[in-house]
Design a protein. Structure first.
Length: 140
């Protein structure tokens, strides 16, 4: 798989994700909505497992560790954060941008501290521009 396919998948899915989250009925209980969301995600994921598994599908679960459960818990926080942000009045054009710029800056430091990644001059300039962008995006 080339490098572009996963990025296109992430961007397309994020567009739909933010559109559906923003248009969720205001009176919907966010936890009930997340139950339906995760049941749907589970069904789609299980179907994809069956379609793509080579050999014994049960064997695919033997290599899973704690990170899958931790990912599930972090996704709940992500989903609730967006639901609450949109209900608080964030615009769809700004909310994801602010969150993802902040995320990118934080993940740069996570990469440095935990994964021995290097910080280039261009990345440092990018951090400064991102922080400046956040300032201007949130300035009233």
């Amino acid at each position: 798989m080339n490098l572009l396919v996963p990025i296109v998948m992430i961007v397309a899915s994020n567009v739909l994700y933010n559109l559906f989250t923003k248009t969720m009925p205001a009176g919907a209980n966010p936890f009930a909505a997340l139950v339906i969301t995760y049941l749907t995600a589970g069904a789609v994921s299980f179907g994809m497992l069956l379609v793509t598994a080579q050999g014994d599908s049960a064997a695919a679960f033997r290599s899973i560790n704690w990170t899958s459960a931790a990912l599930g818990a972090s996704i709940v926080g992500l989903e609730l954060g967006y639901i609450y942000a949109y209900r608080a009045g964030w615009n769809i054009s700004v909310c994801s941008l602010v969150a993802n710029i902040a995320l990118a800056v934080i993940l740069l430091f996570v990469g440095l501290l935990f994964f021995s990644e290097k910080l280039s001059h261009n990345q440092l300039i990018g951090i400064v521009l991102c922080v400046a962008g956040l300032f201007f995006l949130n300035r009233r």
